[in-house]
Write a protein that binds this ligand. Structure first.
Ligand SMILES: *[C@@H]1O[C@H](CO)[C@@H](O)[C@H](O)[C@H]1NC(C)=O
Ligand SMILES: *[C@@H]1O[C@H](CO)[C@@H](O)[C@H](O)[C@H]1NC(C)=O
Ligand SMILES: *[C@@H]1O[C@H](CO)[C@@H](O)[C@H](O)[C@H]1NC(C)=O
Ligand SMILES: *[C@@H]1O[C@H](CO)[C@@H](O)[C@H](O)[C@H]1NC(C)=O
Ligand SMILES: *[C@@H]1O[C@H](CO)[C@@H](O)[C@H](O)[C@H]1NC(C)=O
Ligand SMILES: *[C@@H]1O[C@H](CO)[C@@H](O)[C@H](O)[C@H]1NC(C)=O
Length: 476
């Protein structure tokens, strides 16, 4: 699903747009959203999966990381804050405090109970349940959160800045397009890119299971899913257009930063996996990030940002002293607005994922036995308890990805992203063992890193540091 943010600020002249490569610290909704809110890697916010038992919206999350999440600091700076749409998959459930629980820092709260829906859902509206049916004019969620945000812009006090976070479930399943868009993109199919319908032959065991080539019904299913996803995004296009127009009308457009991004990537047929996220490959860990706002200078060189950097960047724009924050990310304000300050980009980072499984068996394909999940369509499983991995993705010295699995093969995958951008060949057996060792050491450090205060200049150093010989160090 998509996240669309607006942050009002003050007083710089030009408005330009910038497009970043952005990576998620983990390719799954609830853990990724928890990273976006807390600025922490999953090993520090401890949200492992989409279940309460994996800390999705759990009491431990609420009393811990959510209590230091970025909206609280915006609120302290007298920002008027608004949330609309999907929050965390378990939000609103009884065990998570029900709809009366409103996370701290939000003045206006219009959050979806549970996972993605377009109709027939319940919202928590500032702690009160609001039940919706399936009348397009009254209930379509993408339009409804837009309308509420427009009302918020009218009602806010012009004395103070504002922050709006809109989180339409689109283009997440169940892919229910608005009536006027249900026939759009009739001839669109999922892209047949370099890894589409290719076997995952030298990859970890889960990727070696799907039939190759895919069965025709899987291809029909994924093409249809791709088309419906685009249809749902037409309402998101409308949302962006109407919000930008509104900002112009209330004379705030030249005073507002707009971030457009998502919580995880997605695949449709890559390595013969029909549809999902959850994998370590670029198609699942890379997400678009578009930023527009005062003083932004488009760059020629590749800018790599992570989702854990979003809260630091937003708080930096809002004038919060980010060097005091307990977050793992770094501010990208220097990369956005070079006139603000000097900054360096991060040379490498961590992606970590804890596989989800089903016990006793996956409901879509019980014949396959325990521990597998998301075996849909056609009994192709996209997850398993031991689809649990951690990767280092490097940019500066090598354009490389190195991943270790916590499975009983201790499986390793290595990709040279320059020679092999579609990650077709796992080069673990070809690469210099010394390089593997370097990557393994980087991984070990990153897996225990935490963004505590270090006294170092946070604008030039990634805050995720680690303890070595009892010393707290940040050397990357
Ligand atoms: C959930 O978070 C708490 C602390 O925030 C932690 O103690 C616990 O181990 C976490 N659970 C999982 C499954 O990681
Ligand atoms: C909404 O719920 C009603 C009543 O259960 C059902 O008839 C209708 O099909 C549902 N609409 C959608 C879009 O799921
Ligand atoms: C949103 O507002 C538009 C224009 O005012 C209206 O036509 C539409 O029905 C509203 N949609 C929802 C879901 O509130
Ligand atoms: C699958 O689709 C291809 C291309 O449309 C077709 O040639 C083939 O006969 C189909 N296979 C089956 C089993 O229907
Ligand atoms: C922003 O636009 C408004 C008019 O829409 C104008 O009055 C104001 O001076 C502009 N501010 C900047 C910083 O350009
Ligand atoms: C989520 O994580 C918890 C704690 O590790 C685990 O017990 C549970 O089975 C996981 N849920 C799924 C669907 O994998």
């Amino acid at each position: 699903s998509l996240l669309f943010w607006l942050l009002s600020f003050c007083c710089m002249k030009t408005n330009k747009r910038i497009f970043f490569f952005q990576y998620t610290a983990t390719p799954l909704c609830c853990p990724s959203r928890s990273s976006i809110l807390s600025g922490k890697y999953p090993h520090n916010h401890m949200v492992r999966n989409n279940s309460l038992s994996g800390n999705c919206s759990s009491k431990a999350w609420q009393s811990g990381p959510e209590n230091q999440a970025f909206p609280i600091y915006l609120s302290k700076k007298l920002y008027q804050t608004f949330y609309g749409g999907k929050y965390l998959n378990q939000y609103g459930s009884k065990e998570a405090g029900g709809v009366t629980y409103v996370p701290p820092g939000w003045d206006q709260w219009h959050a979806l109970v549970g996972n993605s829906q377009y109709y027939n859902y319940t919202l928590s509206v500032n702690g009160k349940a609001e039940v919706h049916g399936d009348n397009y004019e009254k209930d379509y969620l993408t339009d409804l959160i837009l309308n509420r945000s427009l009302a918020f812009l009218d009602e806010r006090s012009p004395q103070h800045p504002f922050f709006i976070m809109l989180s339409p479930p689109a283009p997440h399943s169940p892919w229910t397009a608005a009536p006027q868009y249900q026939k759009s993109f009739g001839d669109v199919k999922a892209p047949r890119d370099g890894s589409f319908n290719k076997p995952g032959k030298d990859k970890h065991w889960l990727l070696r299971q799907p039939p190759n080539p895919m069965v025709n019904s899987s291809i029909d299913y994924l093409d249809n899913a791709f088309r419906k996803r685009w249809q749902t995004l037409l309402s998101v296009d409308d949302m962006v257009e109407r919000l930008v127009k509104k900002l112009e009308d209330v004379k705030e457009l030249n005073n507002t930063y707009i971030f457009f991004t998502s919580d995880n990537g997605y695949h449709t047929g890559q390595f013969s996996l029909p549809i999902d996220k959850r994998q370590l490959y670029e198609f699942d860990i890379r997400v678009p990030l578009l930023v527009r706002g005062p003083g932004i200078q488009p760059k020629q060189t590749l800018q790599v940002m992570m989702n854990i950097d979003l809260p630091m960047t937003i708080l930096d724009i809002a004038g919060v002293n980010v060097s005091t924050l307990n977050m793992d990310g770094q501010s990208f304000l220097p990369q956005l607005v070079p006139s603000a300050r000097n900054g360096t980009s991060r040379p490498y980072f961590l992606v970590e994922y804890t596989g989800e499984g089903h016990l006793p068996t996956d409901p879509y394909c019980p014949k396959l036995g325990p521990g597998l999940a998301n075996c849909f369509p056609d009994c192709v499983c996209e997850d398993a308890f031991n689809n649990t991995y951690a990767c280092v993705r490097t940019f500066k010295d090598y354009n490389l990805q190195y991943c270790e699995f916590a499975d009983n093969e201790a499986f390793v995958e290595v990709y040279n992203l320059t020679a092999d951008p579609y990650q077709l060949e796992n080069i673990v057996k070809k690469v210099d063992p010394a390089l593997l060792q370097t990557m393994n050491q980087r991984l070990i450090k990153l897996q225990s890193c935490e963004g505590k205060k270090t006294g170092q200049d946070v604008f030039t150093t990634s805050l995720c540091c680690y303890t070595s010989s009892n010393r707290f160090t940040c050397d990357f």
